[in-house]
Design a protein around this ligand. Structure first.
Ligand code: PMP
Length: 349
């Protein structure tokens, strides 16, 4: 029989609605040149599919280590950082202890806790979307969670929490996971601390830098911590094609990725400024590849529907934060389509 614990779970929601312009999942709009695609095709055709891939994905770990400035021994790879979030929630502390995170945030932290029957300890962010430190410390002293997740920058709000807040929570003896899925758009990191301390790890992913389809998440920490997490990793969790394609792109074509990241950062600034000029929304500053905004007159649900009717798909977060939506930064033409649709919706209601 399926446990009550599982029956009570809500299925994970992803945005699969069809639309001409999809700006809902914080992917990187990356157009690889034809010759690069051809190279990928050639490499993939050489894969012996009847064989298991390297269970340790050693070559991929080496390339990632080089690109991210760490050693392969500091890395655990996951089938997306989603899988690594599960591993951390399994590995850190006893299941009788809780999992802390400030909310609203990425839902997988709570889902992984709930699946394991661990208590979810959530504290609302303050008005500036930063950690409410006083309340958090109060709750933490009382409930003594074993681990805490901080999306840095936070999804969906787009800001980085104050570093002092994160450290103050860690000082309560809480194992600290700094999820830097959007690191390439913020440049801010806890990497040094993750490499030096046994109570801190950093999560990164290839998903937000153009390779979401490959499902490669990266945990970075001290060798001692990495060794333990690796014990619960499912063997062969990174598929053969993912290993081959990610190695090729990160090794030989990383400059294309870097260029696309820079374009998104400058587009984010342009879109933000254009949105600031519009009446009927409040726009929040972002250090990620998306922008969070609030609809002031129309309901969030209505604004979402009207944008969709104009062919633009964003993510509706009204169920989490009243009347708030999130738009990913895409290519210039996609962003223009969004800005045009938003302008029309706001001026013709
Ligand atoms: N962390 C954060 C903060 C995210 O926003 C996401 C994706 N939405 C993830 C992790 C999951 O990324 P992945 O594709 O690597 O599983």
């Amino acid at each position: 029989m399926i446990s009550k614990r599982v029956r009570e779970l809500a299925p994970y929601k992803t945005e699969t609605t069809e639309a001409k312009v999809r700006l809902s999942s914080n992917e990187l709009s990356l157009q690889l040149p034809e010759d690069v695609k051809k190279r990928i095709g050639e490499e993939v055709s050489r894969i012996p599919f009847n064989r298991y891939p390297d269970p340790e994905a050693r070559e991929l770990k080496e390339v990632i280590a080089l690109r991210f400035g760490v050693k392969p021994e500091n890395i655990v790879l996951g089938n997306g950082s989603d899988e690594l979030i599960y591993y951390l929630s399994i590995a850190v502390g006893e299941f009788s202890s809780g999992v802390f995170c400030p909310v609203p945030t990425f839902s997988m932290y709570s889902i992984s806790a709930q699946v394991l029957g661990r208590e979810r300890i959530e504290v609302r962010l303050n008005e500036e979307f930063d950690i409410d430190l006083q309340k958090s410390l109060e709750v933490i002293r009382k409930k003594k969670p074993a681990l805490a997740y901080f999306a840095y920058p936070n999804n969906p709000t787009g800001n980085c929490f104050s570093e002092e807040g994160i450290r103050a929570i860690r000082n309560q003896g809480v194992f600290t996971i700094v999820d830097e899925a959007y690191y390439h758009y913020s440049g801010k990191t806890f990497l040094k601390e993750a490499l030096e301390r046994e109570d801190t790890v950093v999560l990164r992913t290839l998903s937000k830098i153009g390779m979401a389809g490959l499902r490669v998440g990266i945990l970075i920490g001290k060798e001692e911590v990495v060794k333990e997490i690796n014990k619960i990793r499912l063997p062969f969790n990174i598929t053969y094609p993912s290993q081959v394609i990610a190695v090729l792109i990160l090794r030989d074509f990383y400059h294309i990725i870097e260029e696309a990241i820079q374009t998104v950062i400058s587009e984010r600034q342009r879109v933000y400024k254009e949105m600031l000029k519009m009446e009927g929304i409040r726009v929040y500053p972002s250090e990620a590849n998306f922008i969070f905004f609030k609809s002031l007159y129309l309901s969030g649900d209505e604004l979402y529907k009207r944008l969709l009717r104009k062919g633009v798909l964003v993510r509706n977060f009204s169920y989490m934060v009243a009347n708030c939506l999130r738009v990913s930064i895409g290519e210039r033409e996609e962003n223009d389509a969004f800005l045009q649709a938003l302008h029309e919706v706001l001026t013709t209601s």
